[in-house]
Design a protein around this ligand. Structure first.
Ligand SMILES: CC(C)(COP(=O)(O)OP(=O)(O)OC[C@H]1O[C@@H](n2cnc3c(N)ncnc32)[C@H](O)[C@@H]1OP(=O)(O)O)[C@@H](O)C(=O)NCCC(=O)NCCS
Length: 151
């Protein structure tokens, strides 16, 4: 059995998901400008929201992905829109687990790649994404990195 499992975002876990803490300095990286600008246009019927639960039953991470084959921009078709891991649970493999689950879901839906947009910076997620296999395929108009991983 794995150490973590995914659960659908629901009334029973949404408060815990919203209460996840970040480490100092990480707040500014949680929503790159490109996603923040596109947030109002995100279609609830194409999103996939999940929480990661540890073996104690605690919510330790959150994922919002978007799977929309008709999205105008390629980087919005099969992507991680938002993810974060509780400050106290970081460094234990939760982030890798969440990405693996998102990759598997993308594959199930027939997408060949999963993308994510991040901002470079000391407390940002760049090293994490590169370490687990994303490669940079371009930049947004705001200078953020667009990363992709094959499913
Ligand atoms: C980025 C984030 C999701 C990583 O989650 P995590 O649970 O700490 O990551 P993991 O423990 O699964 O790490 C997986 C691997 O990446 C490596 N890694 C993680 N963060 C790293 C960093 N900052 N620098 C270098 N390597 C890093 C780990 O060492 C681990 O390597 P290993 O498996 O070879 O031992 C987490 O730090 C976070 O929530 N950050 C704030 C929110 C954020 O920036 N979200 C992204 C928005 S686009």
């Amino acid at each position: 059995m794995g150490e973590f499992r995914m659960e659908e975002l629901s009334a029973s876990n949404v408060v815990a998901a919203n209460s996840l803490t970040l480490k100092p300095g990480q707040e500014q990286f949680i929503a790159p400008v490109t996603y923040a600008m596109a947030d109002p246009f995100l279609d609830p019927t194409t999103t996939w929201s999940r929480v990661a639960i540890d073996s104690e039953g605690d919510v330790v991470g959150f994922l919002l992905a978007n799977f929309d084959p008709d999205a105008m921009d390629e980087e919005f078709r099969s992507c991680i829109w938002r993810m974060n891991v509780a400050a106290e649970a970081q460094g234990r493999g939760v982030g890798r687990f969440i990405v693996n689950e998102a990759v598997a879901e993308a594959r199930r839906r027939g997408f060949e790649r999963l993308t994510v947009i991040w901002e470079s910076g000391d407390e940002g997620p760049e090293e994490f994404f590169l370490h687990i296999g994303f490669r940079v395929m371009g930049e947004t108009q705001y200078g953020e990195k667009i990363g992709a991983i094959e499913t």
